[in-house]
Ligand binder design. Structure first.
Ligand code: ZN
Length: 112
């Protein structure tokens, strides 16, 4: 089963990078998890986020965040609601159900 994340929103921050102090490299990304396999496609309520500096090419983990970054993050998180969860069966599931139903019906008819 593949667990994937799709990007909800990408925001360029004007804060200083805690690593290289550049003001034009920080990018905050909000992601949400979705599950896709042979039978169904579903959007889960689980979200993730990451902060990456494009100048020094470093992933900035929350322990390194400054108070300013914390504040901007909280604000942006409120401004980025996750997509509603959904669950969608794929055609392969419907085909399987029809086959099972037909088999059961045929078996019942044969027994009568
Ligand atoms: Zn940096």
């Amino acid at each position: 089963m593949a667990n994937k994340f799709f990007t909800l929103r990408e925001i360029e921050l004007n804060n200083n990078c805690p690593e290289c102090y550049s003001r034009d490299g920080l990018q905050l990304t909000f992601k949400q998890r979705f599950i896709e396999n042979f039978f169904y496609k579903a959007i889960s309520s689980e979200t993730a986020h990451s902060l990456f500096c494009k100048v020094c090419e470093t992933m900035i983990f929350p322990v390194r965040w400054t108070d300013d970054i914390d504040r901007v993050f909280e604000y942006q998180q409120r401004a980025t609601p996750p997509k509603p969860t959904s669950f969608k069966l794929k055609a392969s599931s419907w085909v399987l159900m029809v086959v099972i139903f037909a088999t059961l019906t045929a078996a019942t008819l044969l027994l009568l």
